[in-house]
Design a protein around this ligand. Structure first.
Ligand SMILES: [Zn+2]
Length: 336
């Protein structure tokens, strides 16, 4: 249980862009009619986890208002409240042993508050067995237990689990909401905030990752390498990409986003964001998208990432070269 996760809790009025979900939760707090299980569904980085923590914070507070001053609030904010249980994947999945351990703890009386609170920030990672075991707790929960499950999409969960939960949808933020938040709360410069708001698809979490992990700089390196086609640069880039590790899928999404923006503006359907690398030749875009899509699947398999990207980057460099030649030499014109 890391203390940093608790910094995610904010007073409701500071959570941006999720008015519907917040209205439902606020009304539950006011009326005291709290559901036994909620399912927060929506893209990553739009406030699902923050809202879950904030809701729990209200429930634990002596005044029910997340005052930040009472003893339960202080414990909660320090990440040491004994009635809050957070179930994260152990390795890649949440396993049945974890659910059994949780069940045992839920059989005990709440230690300090009227509630036992359970958060599953990545409910998709429940194994089938773990999901079935959790279902029992959801069907006959110990009194005064509140579950919040968080998932990107409900189809990834057992339908029986979904049907036990009150479903709240979380939506991507608007570009202007992202921009304002980045400047006000995360002290980004206005130009950077504006650029990131273009690339993050409404997810503040994604905007922050792109900014903090330097992935945009890597995209520039990617474009420079593919367009030059120099073997030594390609070898370097394959190494760099392999070293991205768990950030590699996010980087590939950024590459796709760049290609899509290029496509949209080449069709005259939107402006091309100035903070992106130069737009690639038209003939490159669609086929490159297909290659990158395939890379996502390849990453799932247990292969040598560096070798895989070496071959992918070589293929992309060839594709770029022939797309550029086709632009310079229109079809039908004789080669000289
Ligand atoms: Zn309080």
């Amino acid at each position: 249980m890391s203390a940093s996760s608790f910094l995610k809790a904010l007073p409701f009025e500071e959570i941006v862009g999720q008015e519907r979900a917040l209205a439902i939760l606020s009304s539950a707090l006011r009326s005291g009619r709290i559901s036994q299980a909620y399912l927060f569904v929506g893209p990553e980085g739009v406030g699902r986890e923050t809202t879950a923590y904030s809701f729990f914070w209200h429930l634990l507070c002596e005044k029910k208002e997340a005052c930040g001053d009472c003893l339960p609030c202080l414990k909660f904010l320090r990440g040491v409240h004994p009635d809050l249980h957070i179930l994260k994947p152990a390795g890649k999945s949440i396993k049945i042993e974890q659910i059994r351990e949780l069940e045992a703890r839920l059989q005990l009386h709440p230690v300090e508050s009227p509630y036992r609170l359970v958060l599953l920030p990545k409910a998709e990672s429940l194994t089938r067995e773990a999901g079935n075991a959790l279902l029992k707790s959801l069907e006959e929960p110990p009194p005064q237990t509140v579950f919040i499950l968080i998932a990107q999409n409900p189809e990834a969960l057992l339908p029986t689990i979904v049907s036990r939960c009150q479903l709240l949808r979380f939506r991507p933020l608007s570009r202007s909401q992202v921009e304002r938040l980045l400047v006000k709360r995360f002290q980004k410069l206005p130009e950077e905030a504006s650029g990131l708001s273009f690339l993050c698809e409404g997810s503040i979490g994604r905007a922050l990752k792109l900014s903090e992990k330097g992935l945009l700089e890597e995209l520039f390196r990617f474009e420079a390498t593919i367009s030059s086609g120099k073997p030594s640069q390609i070898v370097n880039l394959a190494e760099v990409m392999a070293a991205l590790g768990e950030d590699l899928p996010l980087f590939l999404e950024l590459v796709l986003l760049w290609l899509r923006q290029a496509l949209v503006s080449s069709l005259g359907l939107g402006e091309y964001p100035s903070l992106l690398p130069p737009s690639p030749p038209k003939g490159f875009i669609v086929r490159a998208c297909e290659e990158i899509e395939r890379a996502f699947f390849a990453l799932e398999a247990n292969l040598n990432v560096e070798l895989f990207f070496l071959s992918l980057l070589n293929a992309l460099a060839h594709l770029w070269q022939s797309a550029r030649e086709a632009e310079v030499t229109p079809a039908g014109a004789g080669a000289t």
